[in-house]
Design a protein around this ligand. Structure first.
Ligand SMILES: NC(=O)c1ccc[n+]([C@@H]2O[C@H](COP(=O)([O-])OP(=O)(O)OC[C@H]3O[C@@H](n4cnc5c(N)ncnc54)[C@H](OP(=O)(O)O)[C@@H]3O)[C@@H](O)[C@H]2O)c1
Length: 479
């Protein structure tokens, strides 16, 4: 067999197969491999006309089909399967070759794999890929980590197959070394959870407080999609809400079980944020909301709990309320992104990745699930001030939140009064109020800790650590 393929993809389920087709459609010769060979041949049978594919039936044949240095993309189930595939291929590779893991790996696994393979001279490029199966085929947002050298060899190809945003800017950048790409993909997914939760809360408020039908809410979402909330998720939400179930003639959203799953990257975003000490309360509430929805037994056992008496709104009140919900959704969204970018900055600092926040916002503008017009604003904010402490420190965002806050608060009052759960909106507002507070009750917490555990405290008026003799004469001693 001649060694002609510029890139190879192993793992040809929905993502791998579409990614392979994307490379081929962009003029690259693509070697194909899958544990179960039938998938490989099926791809060629169905889509062989789209470009030049080199189907192979064994790891040896696959590696031999690649030009050197080899670029080998793994798109298999994350976790043990990825290790199994690396174990199979690494002995067949040579120094300078690249293994690109496009699965949803945990960044700590990516760091481990990168280190092990580096010892063998192989570049391991943990790469976040977002956009689902459509994105993989037509242009995803791509978040590669790994070495600078590997990006030099791989970047132009990734740029070609990626989504384009703005003035045709490719939605890919070298995020940073080792696990940086998978870390950023993880936070992307955490933000995606938060975005979806906030949209869900807006929907439920419009349904239960404003009294609107799913079709009417779809219309409202379409209007919002023409403004500052313009995004893929708002767009598809309108489509989902206007869909009618053919079997029952009911709104689709009414015949689907209201139990969501939380797994993988969304949960990791919160776990890692806890480790890094970063408050991502909006993302955490989104994960918990899914988790609560899945506890059918708990919910069934709680149906007897009393709630407030519902109050109907007049037509004009409902319309005014819908406008307020838009403000609350937008303000809460700013907070979710603020928290997500804080986690990226903390990860970057902890692992010495030197991640460019503006570049991350730029590559999320197209291809990925959270793509939104709003990301242009975030890009601009970080370009203007790369060391921005928080997105809320940006004057533009601060002004917008200031303008939204009365409506944001009014929506939460209505939600509370009417008994509609809005953990995402509430967590976002609490975060905002905590940041702007002159004093937080953490001072009291420190006093309590010193009282029961002699944990000491620091004072506002002088340096040092102190302890009060709570059980004695309550005098203060240096600690
Ligand atoms: N689906 C999405 O929207 C999406 C988006 C972004 C990222 N991802 C990530 O992309 C990766 C691929 O996703 P997917 O949905 O296309 O496929 P998947 O269902 O996660 O994985 C199926 C693929 O993994 C292979 N595989 C499983 N165990 C293996 C093992 N022990 N050794 C070798 N191969 C093994 C399968 O081979 P066989 O055919 O032989 O079973 C098949 O090719 C995953 O990491 C996923 O998290 C998915």
């Amino acid at each position: 067999m001649s060694t002609t393929a510029q890139i190879g993809v192993t793992g040809l389920a929905v993502m791998g197969r579409n990614l392979a087709r994307n490379f081929a459609r962009n003029g690259y010769t693509v070697a194909l491999h899958n544990r179960t060979a039938s998938r490989t041949h099926q791809l060629v049978e169905e889509f062989g006309e789209e470009g030049i594919f080199v189907p192979t039936d064994s790891a040896e044949e696959f590696v031999a089909a690649l030009e050197r240095p080899r670029r080998l993309v793994i798109m298999v189930k994350a976790g043990e399967p990825t290790d199994a595939v690396i174990k199979e291929f690494a002995p067949l590779l040579e120094a300078g070759d690249m293994i690109i893991d496009g699965g949803n790996a945990h960044f700590a696994d990516t760091r481990r794999r990168e280190k092990e393979l580096r010892e063998q001279g192989i570049h391991f490029v943990g790469t976040g890929i977002s956009g689902g199966e459509e994105g993989a085929l037509h242009g995803p947002s791509i978040m590669p980590g790994g070495s600078v050298e590997s990006y030099a060899a791989l970047g132009p190809m990734l740029e070609r197959i990626s989504a384009k945003a703005g003035a045709c800017a490719p939605c890919v950048t070298h995020v940073g070394p080792d696990g940086a790409g998978h870390f950023v993909k993880m936070v992307h997914n955490g933000i995606e959870y938060a975005d979806m939760q906030l949209i869900g809360e807006a929907y439920q408020l419009l349904r239960d407080v404003a009294g609107y039908s799913p079709e009417k809410i779809a219309e409202i979402f379409r209007t919002w999609n023409e403004g500052r909330l313009d995004s893929y998720l708002i767009d598809i939400t309108a489509d989902v809400l206007s869909h009618v179930d053919a079997a029952t003639d009911q709104p689709f959203v009414d015949i689907v079980q209201d139990q969501a799953e939380q797994k993988g990257t969304g949960r990791w975003t919160v776990q890692i944020a806890l480790d890094l000490g970063v408050p991502v309360s909006g993302i955490a509430e989104a994960v918990f909301a899914r988790s609560l929805s899945g506890h059918a037994e708990l919910r069934a056992a709680s149906r007897h709990l009393a709630g407030p008496k519902a109050t109907a709104l007049s037509e004009s009140e409902a319309a005014a309320f819908a406008d307020r919900v838009e403000q609350a959704l937008y303000a809460s969204k700013i907070v979710s992104y603020t928290q997500g970018f804080h986690e990226i900055a903390a990860g970057s600092e902890t692992y010495d990745w030197n991640i460019d926040s503006a570049a991350v916002a730029r590559i999320w503008r197209g291809g990925c699930i959270i793509r939104a017009a709003f990301l242009d604003r975030i890009t601009a904010a970080y370009e203007a001030e790369p060391e921005l402490v928080s997105l809320l420190s940006d004057k533009g965002f601060a002004d917008e939140i200031a303008a939204a806050q009365d409506d944001w608060r009014a929506v939460l009052v209505a939600a509370t009064t009417q008994g509609v759960p809005t953990p995402g909106f509430a967590a976002a507002l609490a975060y905002y109020d905590a940041l702007r507070a002159e004093r937080l009750p953490a001072a009291l917490t420190q006093g309590q800790r010193d009282f029961f555990g002699a944990h000491t405290y620091r004072r506002t008026d002088r340096e040092g650590s102190f302890h009060t003799l709570w059980g004695g004469d309550r005098s203060e001693v240096d600690a």
